[in-house]
Design a binder for this molecule. Structure first.
Ligand SMILES: *Cc1c(COP(=O)(O)O)cnc(C)c1O
Ligand SMILES: [Zn+2]
Length: 404
């Protein structure tokens, strides 16, 4: 592990990891649930040490990791495949298209990466209980990682979370508290809980290591492309932590002198859950009024990491795009049929963004190296695609019936 300090993304004050846990103690003072987080902390490493020690022939990824390996949970997380998507690329007129298949994580989503690192931190701190609010995936991820250790997961989820995700968390042995309300309600409640009752809070971006955990997806993309920076990465965005994690990955690599440019980060949101998109377009933050999308994992009224997400897009010369639920389900089928990768609606959102972008004047060039980040597995929510497809009717078990 390389040495690091936490630095506030707003006031730039720095803190030792022994002195802070969540937000900047100064900027966080004015935070209250119902607005995007203030004073989100960024881990700033000793980049000279990384530069001196990192060897592409035998990469030691622990150099980029904020928790010592001795505390890492035993569950294998990350190292997901990056698959060439030639058939999908041909349909979109793109010659160098890839899908990073993060649905292949143990609990079926990229959230395992964040949970892995926060549970490692709980091991380091000797915290027995880890608390999270989630639309579903962060909770199943936390439950899975905790199940591989002796730590307890306590989870607040909206009662309307997809069944498969609820089944996962219960089966992994977490204490699950369904909340009559939205994800935003669950978020507030979990903060109140850890404020008063303790435990380590894993809420996305609130705990800075959620960003560090999600960063590993970006580091892997770089290595899997033969240590090349792609031209663009499409990311579906809810709270804005995955996109911040990708940004952090490439910023870390650049600070360590290992790369000399950043990939364009392309934010894709569902049309009704568009707070970050609007913030990028206008510079003015406003909650999404009624974020009712089928892509439940990105349904959020007040995204916790809105400020960093916006910066990730602006600093990488990226862009932002909205897609409708119809376009998401269309892209889900297109990606499944052309790549063999069945992503949940929030994963397909990134693909839908690419389809739409390529029909616009801002389209990416045909030879650009482009990565779609598929963030979650389709089997987590089989109800969603059933809105669009039907399963063929059964036949009599006779060859005549088959031929008909
Ligand atoms: C959480 C999640 C996202 C969005 O990530 P944010 O960090 O909330 O922006 C996208 N896809 C899936 C499958 C997710 O679980
Ligand atoms: Zn600050």
């Amino acid at each position: 592990m390389a040495e690091f300090v936490y630095r506030c993304t707003e006031c730039q004050r720095t803190y030792s990891r022994e002195d802070v846990r969540y937000l900047c103690p100064e900027c966080g003072k004015t935070y209250h649930p119902g607005i995007p987080l203030k004073g989100v902390l960024e881990a700033v490493f000793d980049y000279e040490a990384i530069h001196a020690k990192f060897n592409q022939a035998r990469p030691d990824w622990n150099l980029f990791c904020a928790v010592e390996p001795e505390f890492h949970p035993p569950l294998a997380v990350g190292s997901t495949p990056l698959t060439p998507a030639n058939k999908l690329g041909a349909e979109l007129g793109l010659a160098n298209l890839w899908v990073k298949n993060d649905g292949l994580n143990p609990s079926g989503s990229l959230k395992d990466r964040a949970s892995f690192l926060v549970v490692a931190e709980a091991m380091r701190l000797g915290e027995k209980r880890i608390v999270a609010a989630s639309t579903g995936n962060a909770a199943s991820a936390l439950a899975a990682v905790c199940a591989s250790t002796d730590r307890e997961a306590l989870i607040f989820v909206p009662e309307k979370a997809p069944k498969a995700k609820l089944v996962q968390m219960v089966l992994y042995g977490a204490r699950v508290i369904p909340v009559k309300g939205t994800y935003d309600d669950a978020f507030r409640l979990s903060l109140e809980y850890t404020d008063q009752r303790g435990g380590l809070n894993r809420n996305t971006a609130y705990h800075p290591l959620t960003i560090e955990g999600k960063k590993t997806a970006g580091l892997e993309i770089w290595a899997q492309l033969g240590f090349q920076v792609p031209d663009a990465i499409l990311v579906s965005v809810g709270d804005g932590v995955i996109i911040a994690g990708l940004h952090k990955a490439f910023v870390d690599l650049q600070r360590a002198g290992l790369i000399d440019r950043l990939p364009r980060l392309i934010c894709v949101q569902a049309a009704t859950s568009d707070a970050i998109h609007k913030y990028i377009q206008t510079g003015q933050y406003e909650d999404a009024e009624n974020p009712t999308t089928r892509a439940d994992s990105i349904s959020v009224s007040c995204p916790s990491n809105a400020h960093w997400a916006r910066r990730a897009v602006l600093e990488t010369n990226g862009c932002s795009i909205l897609v409708s639920d119809g376009e998401i389900l269309e892209a889900q089928a297109q990606m499944a049929r052309t790549t063999g990768i069945f992503g949940e609606p929030a994963a397909a959102t990134a693909a839908a963004g690419l389809v739409k972008l390529q029909q616009s004047p801002a389209r990416l060039s045909a030879t650009d190296c482009i990565v779609i980040l598929a963030t979650g597995h389709g089997l987590k929510d089989v109800e969603a695609p059933l809105a669009r497809i039907s399963i063929p009717a059964a036949i009599e078990p006779e060859l005549d019936a088959v031929i008909e």
